[in-house]
Ligand binder design. Structure first.
Ligand code: THU
Length: 132
């Protein structure tokens, strides 16, 4: 179980990396902070492209960075986006999260609201590595 201190730390890191988002088209900046099983925090922001479909979301950027660093066991992921609504990971990101287990996912906004859920809440009846 993750304690409030680490959740707050993930929130701060996600807010910080959100500022680095490259989102000149949507202007919608997103930050993600991933906590690995061994206690490391790895972050990601969305990076858009003039060829819109090449855009990578903050969540996948964080997960792919972690894998590239040899970390693929996760305790939790916090995602923050602007506005009153909590961040809502897209379907592609939910599927990529599911590849790495049923960890906690914290959905947050820039006002400080944070809601805990799990990968399996966001993507029920998912197809995943255990199905192959
Ligand atoms: N985006 C994310 O990075 N994560 C989400 O959870 C939702 C969407 C990005 C992709 C694109 O750069 C912008 O938000 C608008 O879709």
């Amino acid at each position: 179980m993750m304690n409030q201190t680490i959740i707050n730390k993930l929130y701060e890191e996600a807010l910080k990396v959100r500022e680095k988002a490259y989102a000149p088209y949507s202007k919608y900046k997103v930050g993600a902070a991933l906590l690995t099983e061994d206690g490391e925090i790895i972050t990601g922001c969305n990076v858009e492209n003039a060829s819109y479909g090449l855009t990578i979301c903050a969540e996948r950027n964080a997960i792919f960075s972690a894998v590239a660093r040899g970390k693929s066991n996760f305790k939790g992921l916090l995602v923050v986006a602007e506005g009153d609504d909590l961040a809502k990971p897209c379907g592609a990101c939910r599927q990529v999260m599911n590849e790495f287990g049923d960890f906690d996912v914290f959905l947050a906004n820039t006002k400080g609201d944070i809601e805990r859920s799990k990968v399996s809440d966001l993507l029920p009846k998912a197809f995943g590595p255990k199905d192959l």
